[in-house]
Structures are given as structure tokens and as C-alpha cells.
Design a protein around this ligand. Structure first.
Ligand code: URA
Length: 210
């Protein structure tokens, strides 16, 4: 049903996500766990990226090893909760570039409003990972994906922590070329567009703003 979606099932991810969902978990642990789960998701989400051969010398012989070009990787967190995922990706690909997109939903029109956008140079060979921990309605992520495409991006994945079926459907309809990676697919959205069971507002829990 969700051809573009990969749910990364792993006991470590499930364990860490359960602690994140728990309302007794404080911001320090929440931030550390988001970073750790993102690192584990990155392992799966980068399975398709190209490698090249490099000749090296081991202490015994010459050989051709495989390398990735992490300078051709760009991560794009959607502000502000996406910031909590950046370090997890960079710990595996330290030379990746980072761009930022800030979007909020106008409460009156319910339309996405872009308030900040700064992307590095990208093209159709750049491996792009858009980061948004909570894929709820999918409106903000879809808008961010549109901006990334407008800047020239073509090889794009969306990494999230928890996805709602509504959000996955929305992205699949509007961006059928984008792969989605998530740690969990939850049940539904409530009337306020929060994911159920979810973990609450990821930005508030990261930065203790409520
Ligand atoms: N954003 C969040 O942080 N949490 C949700 O449940 C939905 C959107």
C-alpha cells in the first residue's frame, strides 16, 4: 500500500523509541535518543547511495576498497524539530552539507508559510535527506521537498521518526519519486493533527518549550 515507505524495524530502534514516547522522558534523554535513532535510520536510508573504488595499501598488499562521496550528501532539517536529527546523520557522514528550511502552518489559512530557507548548492547527483521527525499531515514536508526540487535536487529521501498514514499518503501522492524512511508507522492523526499514539510535540520535547 505504501510503496515508497520503509519502516526500519529493529529491537534497538523500538526500545529507544518507546523511551522517547514515554511522557516521563526529559529533554536531555529525548535529544540523545533522537540522535541515536537517526543514526540507525541513516544506516538503512543510505543503502542505495553510490560508492566508488579507491586503491589503498593495507600493511600487506594493494587493494581496491569502496568509498562513499559524503561531500555529495546534503541533509535538510525542517525547522525546528528536524534539527534534532542532524547530528545523527553527520556522525556517520561528517562531510555532508547542511541546508535549512523553516515552515509553519498559518492557523487561519492552514497553508504552509516558508519563513526561512538556506540551501547549499545541490544538483541531480546530490543525495538529499530531508529530516522531519514527525510526518503528520505531510504538508510541511511536501513543501520542503518542493523547495529542494526547485533548487535542483532529484535524489531525495525523507527521514522521519514517526509517520502517520495520512502523511505518508500525502507525500506519496505529491512526491512519488521520494523514498520515505521511518522508525514507526502510527495509527492516525487526531483533530489537532497530532500523531496518535505519537510522542507529543517533538520540538517542544527537544527544547522544553512547554
Ligand atoms: N508534530 C509533532 O511534533 N507531533 C505530532 O504529533 C505532529 C506534528
Amino acid at each position: 500500500m505504501f510503496e515508497q515507505l520503509t519502516i526500519v524495524y529493529h529491537p534497538l530502534i523500538e526500545h529507544k523509541l518507546t523511551i522517547m514516547r514515554d511522557d516521563q522522558t526529559g529533554p536531555k534523554e529525548f535529544r540523545e535518543l533522537l540522535k541515536e535513532i537517526t543514526l540507525l535510520l541513516t544506516y538503512e536510508a543510505t543503502r542505495h547511495i553510490p560508492t566508488y573504488e579507491k586503491e589503498i595499501r593495507t600493511p600487506l598488499v594493494k587493494m581496491h576498497g569502496k568509498m562513499i562521496e559524503d561531500k555529495k550528501v546534503t541533509v535538510v532539517p525542517i525547522l525546528r524539530a528536524g534539527l534534532g536529527m542532524v547530528e545523527g546523520v553527520l556522525s556517520l557522514m561528517p562531510n555532508a552539507s547542511v541546508g535549512y528550511i523553516g515552515i509553519y502552518r498559518d492557523p487561519d489559512t492552514i497553508q504552509p508559510v516558508e519563513y526561512y530557507s538556506k540551501l547549499p548548492k545541490i544538483d541531480d547527483t546530490t543525495q538529499i535527506f530531508v529530516l522531519d521527525p514527525m510526518l503528520a499531515t505531510g504538508v510541511s514536508s511536501s513543501w520542503a521537498l518542493k523547495l529542494v526540487k526547485k533548487a535542483g535536487g532529484r535524489q531525495i529521501s525523507l527521514m522521519c521518526l514517526i509517520a502517520a498514514p495520512e502523511g505518508v499518503k500525502f507525500i506519496q501522492k505529491n512526491h512519488p519519486d521520494v523514498k520515505i524512511f521511518t522508525a514507526a508507522l502510527d495509527e492516525r492523526l487526531n483533530d489537532h493533527a497530532y500523531i496518535i499514539p505519537g510522542l507529543g510535540d517533538a520540538g517542544d520535547r527537544l527544547y522544553r518549550t512547554k
